[in-house]
Design a protein around this ligand. Structure first.
Ligand code: FAD
Length: 458
């Protein structure tokens, strides 16, 4: 370890949240000197309450711990195999919560803070970074509440279009759960040069009765409020659908649900009263988003309301909709497969700012960014993160697989994985399919870790 100290191979990490803390741990274990630049408690955010590292700002759950049937549980498994500090802390301070990994939040972040502060090669510097550093090795992991000054510096580098300050997430549906006996493929007015373009959308038709019942359900559904201090700075282009419905019962029928330019091949003589459109969300074609359906409805209400749409009665949601304060990059255009900013490759990004969503996904991106930084600094190239692993599926999605134009933050889910052939489809085959995905992922991840064993032992 000592020879490294003469070679200024310091890794600087901006932000000591989920991603930054895990990245610091991975790099420190490989013997690098690490400086975590964390602005709290000097500069506060509206959501954090303490000056601790890895603070959970809202729920105290890392979600499902099932590593055979659940993609987030698989991410837990992969992180544990890689010696993750956050998973160690979560396991040590686990609370009873059925199949979920819920934790004692204060004990969890105290564990992470004390462990990192106790390492001789880790320094925690209490300061806000306000400009993009010109040189050195950096990981930027400042999260959804990146400070204003750094946000402005990033925007100057990336352009205003490529850095968002709010997410406006429309629900995302697994393609194989849509009933194509009711829905059909068609772009409005069959626009497009190729057949693929002319059939780019999935359309779900509604009769007048369907539409009226849908509007009633939407207006009655329970909604979440913006957090205090989180300005409702959304614009007409991304109004929640329930706000549109409140403006008038016909507003949606003249907006995202307009029925024009579309013919239902299942009932060609019957003009739909309204149409819900879904657009492909990833290159694999396994996920579709409901166009224009960003919402502040509570999750339970969303599932109930959206399953009223003809064709979506059995929809499985890869993620539900939302609108939040969230700083994130248009990673498919800005980051390379190593999570480096293409225009300044000495800056690597990790965590929610890369366009993943959730504590676990953010920590997982920190874990990989830390390992990739170690490999680069030590001049020991790594094979690409395998796309079949949960980590790799997420990285592949954010750095290239996702549609750049409609890019919104993403949770890990099996829709991001390359489909397996020869397995039974639909609900009945799900258990075997998920087991096959997780088995394949575990093997790929174990190989990737083995390739780094000498630099970072598991
Ligand atoms: C209000 C809110 C509620 C949420 N609820 C949940 C939930 O219930 N479950 C869930 O899974 N996810 C939730 N999330 C998402 C959650 O924040 C992220 O999933 C996770 O914390 C992101 O990890 P991160 O490391 O990317 O960012 P963070 O954990 O936020 O860490 C970023 C760190 O960077 C610091 N920082 C910011 N700017 C600077 C700067 N310029 N210089 C130095 N330091 C800086 C911040 O102080 C912070 O400590 C929520 C997010 C918000 C905003």
């Amino acid at each position: 370890m000592s020879y490294l100290r003469f070679m200024d191979k310091t890794l600087h990490i901006v932000g000591g949240g989920m991603a930054g803390s895990e990245a610091a741990w991975q790099a420190a274990r490989a013997g690098l000197d690490v400086v975590i630049h964390e602005m709290r408690p000097k500069v506060e955010t509206f959501a954090h309450q303490t000056g601790n590292l890895a603070e959970m700002v809202c729920s105290n759950s890392f979600r499902s711990d099932d590593h055979e049937q659940n993609a987030v549980g698989l991410l837990h498994w992969e992180m544990r195999q890689a010696g993750s500090l956050l998973m160690q802390a979560a396991t040590a301070h686990r609370l009873p919560a059925g199949g979920a990994l819920a934790v004692d939040r204060d004990a969890f972040s105290a564990h992470v803070t004390e462990t990192l502060r106790a390492l001789p090669n880790v320094t925690v510097s209490s300061e806000e970074i306000t400009a993009l550093p010109d040189q050195g090795h950096w990981i930027i992991a400042t999260g959804p509440l990146t400070s204003d000054a750094l946000g402005r510096a990033l925007q100057a580098e990336t352009g205003t279009e490529a850095l968002a300050f709010f997410d406006a997430i429309a629900p995302i549906v697994h393609h194989d759960s849509i009933d194509m006996g009711k829905a059909w493929l068609q772009s409005r007015y069959d626009k497009g040069e190729t057949e693929a373009e002319q059939k780019a959308y999935i359309n779900c038709p509604m009769t007048r009765d369907d539409y009226e019942a849908f509007i009633d359900a939407l207006l009655a559904a329970e909604k979440t409020q913006f957090h205090e201090g989180e300005t409702a700075g959304y614009f007409d282009g991304c109004l929640p659908i329930e706000v549109m419905a409140e403006r008038g019962r016909e507003t949606l029928r003249h907006g995202p649900m307009k029925p024009v330019g579309l013919t239902n091949p299942h009932q060609p003589d019957q003009k739909p009263y309204a149409v819900v459109q879904l657009r492909r969300d990833n290159a694999l074609g396994t996920l579709y988003n409901i166009v224009g359906f960003q919402t502040k409805m509570k999750y339970g209400a969303q599932t109930e309301v959206f399953r009223r749409i003809p064709g979506l009665e059995n929809a499985q949601f890869a993620r539900l909709g939302g609108i939040h304060r969230n700083t994130f990059l248009n990673s498919p255009t800005l980051l390379d497969a190593q999570m480096r900013l293409r225009s300044r490759p000495h800056l690597r990004f990790a965590g929610q700012i890369t366009g993943v969503e959730g504590y676990v996904e953010s920590a997982a991106m920190g874990l990989v960014a830390g390992r990739l930084a170690v490999a680069e600094i030590l001049g020991q190239p790594l094979p690409p993160v395998p796309q079949d692993s949960a980590h790799g599926a997420l990285i592949h999605h954010i750095t290239g697989g996702a549609e750049a134009k409609s890019f919104q933050p993403m949770n890990v889910n099996f829709g991001l994985f390359q489909p397996l052939t020869g397995l039974r489809g639909g609900r009945r085959g799900r258990k075997d399919r998920y087991k096959a995905y997780t088995d394949r992922a575990k093997a790929a991840w174990a190989d990737w870790l083995a390739a780094q064993e000498e630099v970072i032992p598991a």
